[in-house]
Design a protein around this ligand. Sequence first.
Ligand SMILES: [Zn+2]
Length: 724
Amino acid sequence: MVIASELPTFHIPQRRVITPPADLELFRHHHDRAQLAQITQSLEYRICADTAAANFKETPTVPVWQWAAEKVWLDAKMAAEEGWYDPDKTPWMKELQELPLRSDVREAVVKKPSRSGATEAAFNILRWMPDNWPGNAGIVFPEDKQGRDVTKRRLLDSLAKTAAAQLSPDEHDNGLSNIYLTNMLIKMGPSGSSRMFTEWWVRYFILDELEEHDATDSTTTYERALSRQTDVSDSLLVAISKPKKAGGPIDRAFIRGTQKEWNMLCPRCEQRFVLSRSQFQNDADCRHPDGTWDLLAVEKNTYCVCPRCQGRIHESEKRLMNAAALWIPRDPQHRRRGQDGKYVPPVPGVESYQLSDYVSYHPKVSWGKLRVMALLAFEIQPSHTAKVHYINNHEGECEEQDIVSTDADTIAALVAGRVETRKVKSADGTEIEQTTTHGIPGGYRLAYRHGVFSAPLPFTPTQIVIFIDKQKTHLKFSVWSVRIDALLSGQCEAHLIDLGREDDETALLANVIPRSYRITGIDEPMHITAGFFDSRYRGQAVYKFCLQCFHDLGLQIWPVRGEGEAEVFKKKKDGAPDSRSRDTARGRMLRYIEDICDLGKLMVRYFKDHPLQHELNDKLTRAPGWRLWLPTDYPAEFAAELTAEKYDQGTDTWVHNSQKFGPNDWRDTTKYLVLWLLEHLPALLKAHDLTIPPTEDPPDEEAGNYQNQREYVLKPNQKISDNG
Ligand SMILES: [Zn+2]
């Protein structure tokens, strides 16, 4: 018999036909066995069996994480420590790596903090695929460069090790965008690249940092990826991201899934709970004698209080708690709702997970370190952006929209000397009235009214600063006292002491800049030494004014201008070299750009308007941190202008309708005060020997070099030494 090189057709040899005996079961059984033996002993059968064995594998039963522990070596390029992948370092990521074995799950959504191990887990599935679950796979990153870096560093090398025999022998094939294996194609690319979502079918999709994906299209990358999987019978889509705003891409995807949380077991009462910020505490001995936090002591002595039994849990028990932890879906009552407040039922086949850094073993996010970061962001140096950064990056949670627009009452509450009365129940049950005075008892008055001296200041400013808003026909300014004192909230306060309107720069220089501000009990008056000047309109005139003040009087008044998120801070898409300032990157509130006028060069401060509006709103609504105070005789127009800008929750924008609410010039000058303090407060505190809490946040390990994901870090450029 000649065996053809192609697969032989299967037939039962006819030579020794065994005649089936009639009607006797015993004989018929014997006949069947004889026929079976004839088939299995045939050459054709052996060829078929060998071919089948070479092409089909048994359905794998070992989960990916277990396979990875034996097969995935992470070298120094991929992990902080070299070694085999250790599933017990991120036990919460085991379940994700079991999903390819579960035919009922088609989508998985991970809403995560900066260190979760989610990306590595998703990569493990990919590394496991060639031998166990071959099929096309796609990895989508926010930007091309990130995709390339991560692929190079974390995927190509480890694939070469685990699936070397299957890597396409053509070196050129294994470029950084495609990896060809004998039985699968892996494509990776940026979210805006159409080749990721056309002309192929994808068994396994990874959408990494979904929140940062291009959303210019009417569809999201999540929907586009799903559309590439509709004809694949056992597909899986994994979307991973740190969240940003509530209702953002990862939040929407999370809401429609099972909404699982990592429920740990309390070592005291053996009940389950999810770790959260409010459970972390310190004893009184973590404070200095003056009541301020001793952050070194906090870092060493933070413990967790079980919300069930109030028992104390030490960080060394975390491993025990993680070992017994389970992913538990939120019950229907506590499911996170849609942005419209409506209940969203879980879509079958969608697992969604929410995770915080509190479970992590990483030394940079120990309970103590996280507690210090939380105290700084929420209590010691609170700011809107610091809070959002903490919530997004460490709690893996969204920023909720809770902005209260300011109205006349909000502004009235800023008046120094305001007395607040509230009823308090005393020990014997009777009600007593308790009064609190906010700010200087009796308040204070404006130093100048309509340009005429009115009253001395009852406090000594550290510095007097001016902020000027430029309109087409006139200038409006407000003058503030900035006071630094260890005992103040946020160690700083600002009082409005003067405001007004002048025709132009010449009038401002003649009438306002030389003003003397007298202080009760002190002979020497004080003067304006610094400030910001809006340079959006007729910038040249502003530049000349600033340089003249600097050269003639030594004043540090510098031009500022605002810009929208869409204008200049938006990342460049075409990859053209960026000719703008280094501080252009997303994640900066402020950047410095050199400009020139007749009198010479100077630095212009460009700020992001949107987050600064939020910071101003925090100050106007008396959020913790440095305080802003108004005099008892502040003009009604000032209050009206402060409230002229409204926040639109639906579109997340600040809207100024001048037809309806009038001008907002003094609001702008107050906004510049907030910006000035954002820039100068650390230096002012340092000059007064006050401790500046560390603001350095650990880098985002999973994102590798995604440095521009840091949000709104205020980082002055060296160039400001020219003028700052
Ligand atoms: Zn307990």
